[in-house]
Design a protein around this ligand. Structure first.
Ligand code: PRX
Length: 659
């Protein structure tokens, strides 16, 4: 047997991987522009995990400190505190810091509305608007530590609202504007938000979204909401009502707002935002991040992973309602003083070349999107791409789900003209910043692999017993704390420990993903191992959907599983049993799909609802989703010995195939 190589030896071998398998070497511009070579990456990575305090301590000089910290890291497993005792403010890092530099007059945002309007805001413009809104929020009584919910389509006022909250020390909780009223309400209630910032409407695929109406239904009867701030998206286009005493127009707040609001000096470890994400129970988790560590993690990763330079035009297509938009539209790029594109609408409106039209017109240089979008572009056909001039692009990125190698190759060839490296970035709401990724100038890439850990990320693949695998498949875990890691689940300390730190005696952060390490030490992310389904890059807990099904009067029990889907990555199938007397009709199946879309949001609409008399269960009454998944994907049933009544299963399989 060959002797096992040490981690560093194996990683050092990467310069030699080129002759094995399908490898794409870093582009010609690497090296010319000071991007680190592979050996520099390896050295820095080693330093970052062996001496995190030294590594991050040096980088932390780039943050603007109101008061310098006393200690870089305090690690009381599973609680990390970074830059202990320091004081700073996130809006200062993103805006004030640029004021006396040429960045102040540089374009921060080029916003493009779906119907075609365009607005350009410089860093100074953003600074002014953020101050004015911060002042307006203060006048409404919002104080340090208060929670503010933000429910808004992709309008410039969305990042402005986040930064205004940060400026006064309020904790923002952005809820993706595709969520239904009940989901918004649950999130408002969970964090006890006192204000919602929203818009009257927005455009999506040519239709008006009446956003304010959704907020009205969500906050009706709320015990905590005192005010709703409303951005007018476009004159009087979006009909809406204003409730006296509660609702105020953003425009009025800003018009009356002060030019300058002193930024609240926040402790390094004070929460900056809460962002809800799905887990294994029906209740979404309010993941919270704190100021200093998150800011440093997003500052450094944006610069290194996207190789951000002064003249870049960066376009991350993610909605700010998800973590990608928080980290790589707001905090990362803005701390770097980047120029960004922000687009309101759908990628195929009015035509499937909308994104490429924008890339051509705005001369986008860095483009970061999700595999589901790339699969959709592929399915719409190259004819929408070929006539467009995409020669400004120099770097492509993906995030949110595993990218199939053939989709990667298509992206590389058709969008990147075989010229642009692709950074396939693995990370999570919980990790806060990009965690496993190529560095564009350094890392040879392999289609479908997120490659190697980013600085400070001591990633490993473990087997069930917790043994580290130098090669092969297992569970993805992280050994040490990193600056942008989540600090907890809002109001549920125990759930934080149970979900992320209870396996393997709390020695590792458990990511919830299965992964594979190849002989070069590259990571290949396989997907979730819990009951979380990734639909078009949206993370959905099946338990949340099951609770929603059961709220329908016809339903007695439901189980939801994910199945492979050509465009969405995964789609949802609901197995539903009905109350006595209810009929298995197509109309009811359709009604239930619509019900889920209404209860949770359109993005969660199941592909299929199938009625069953009994769900397969263990003798103790637990639904065995694995068997349902096998039925839905046409796989062998597998081990059925734990089943209480095995005969129902074959029947179910036949029924599924026939319908
Ligand atoms: O399963 C992984 C998948 O998305 C999950 C995290 O989802 P969320 O918190 O919504 O954040 C998504 C954007 C950062 C992960 O547990 N995932 C994310 N990026 C990748 C990925 N799977 C494979 N490859 C990726 N690059």
């Amino acid at each position: 047997m060959k002797a096992k190589k040490s981690e560093t030896e194996r990683l050092s071998d990467l310069s030699r991987v080129s002759d094995e398998g399908e490898i794409y070497q870093p582009p010609a511009w690497a090296g010319e522009t000071g991007t680190p070579s592979m050996s520099v990456y390896l050295k820095r990575w080693k330093y970052s995990v062996e001496d995190p305090e030294g590594f991050w301590g040096e980088l932390a000089r780039e943050l603007v400190w109101e008061k310098k910290y006393e200690k870089v890291l305090e690690w009381n497993r599973p609680h990390a505190r970074w830059f202990v005792g320091g004081k700073l403010n996130a809006s200062v890092q993103c805006l004030d810091k640029h004021l006396n530099t040429p960045v102040a007059e540089k374009t921060a945002l080029v916003w493009i509305g779906e119907p075609g309007e365009k607005k350009t805001l410089s860093y100074r413009d953003l600074y002014t608007l953020v101050n004015k809104l911060a002042s307006g929020l203060k006048k409404l009584g919002v104080k340090r530590g208060d929670r503010v919910a933000i429910y808004m389509p992709m309008l410039p006022e969305l990042p402005i609202a986040c930064l205004a909250c940060a400026r006064i020390g309020a904790i923002h909780s952005v809820v993706f504007a595709g969520f239904a009223p009940q989901s918004l309400r649950d999130r408002i209630d969970d964090c006890g938000a006192s204000v919602v910032i929203t818009s009257d409407g927005g455009w999506r695929r040519g239709s008006k979204m009446l956003v304010k109406d959704i907020v009205d239904s969500a906050v009706d009867g709320s015990q905590t909401i005192t005010n709703v701030v409303v951005v007018k998206r476009g004159g009087d286009v979006f009909s809406h009502e204003m409730k006296q005493g509660r609702d105020v127009y953003y425009e009025n707040l800003v018009a009356d707002g002060d030019e300058f609001v002193a930024p609240e000096p926040m402790d390094s470890e004070d929460p900056l935002f809460i962002l809800y994400t799905s887990g294994t129970t029906g209740k979404p988790k309010g993941i919270f991040h704190t100021h200093a560590g998150y800011l440093l993690g997003t500052l450094v990763s944006s610069r290194e992973v996207f190789d951000l330079r002064d003249n870049d035009i960066f376009w991350c297509t993610a909605d700010i309602g998800w973590i990608t938009g928080h980290s790589y539209v707001i905090y990362g790029p803005m701390q770097n003083g980047a120029t960004q594109i922000m687009y309101e609408g759908a990628p195929n409106y009015p035509n499937p070349d909308r994104f490429w039209e924008i890339v051509e017109q705005e001369k986008v240089t860095i483009f970061y999107t999700a595999p589901t979008a790339i699969r959709a572009f592929m399915s719409w056909g190259d004819k929408w791409i070929k006539p467009r001039d995409l020669s400004s692009l120099r770097l492509l990125g993906t995030v949110g789900e595993p990218i199939n190698p053939e989709v990667w190759r298509w992206y590389h060839k058709t969008i990147g003209a075989e010229r642009c490296p692709i950074v396939d970035t693995w990370w999570q709401t919980e990790t806060g910043s990009i965690s496993i990724t190529p560095l564009p100038g350094s890392t040879p890439t392999k289609p479908g692999s997120a490659t190697l850990p980013f600085y400070g990320i001591d990633a490993v693949v473990l087997d069930e017993s917790g043994a580290e695998l130098s090669e092969g498949g297992g569970l993805l875990a992280i050994r040490k704390p990193w600056p942008a890691m989540m600090r907890g689940i809002w109001g549920d300390e125990q759930r934080y420990i149970d979900t992320y730190w209870s396996r393997w005696e709390g020695k590792y952060y458990f990511a919830g993903d299965a992964a594979y390490r190849d002989k070069d030490g590259y990571f290949w992310i396989v997907g979730r191992v819990d009951d979380v389904v990734n639909v078009s890059g949206h993370r959905i807990g099946t338990a949340e959907l099951e609770s929603a099904f059961i709220e329908h009067e016809a339903v007695i029990e439901a189980a939801v599983v994910g199945v492979p889907h050509k465009i969405k990555g995964e789609g949802l199938v609901g197995f539903v049993s009905l109350r006595e007397g209810e009929q298995h009709t197509e109309e009811l199946a359709e009604e239930l799909r619509e019900w889920i879309a209404k209860k949770i949001g359109k993005f969660a609409r199941p592909e299929r609802v199938m009625f069953v008399d009994d769900l397969p269960k263990t003798r103790s009454g637990k639904i065995i989703r694995r068997l349902l998944r096998n039925i839905a994907t046409g796989r062998e049933l597998g081990d059925v010995t734990t089943l209480a009544d095995a005969s129902t299963l074959e029947k179910l399989r036949q029924q599924y195939q026939e319908e």
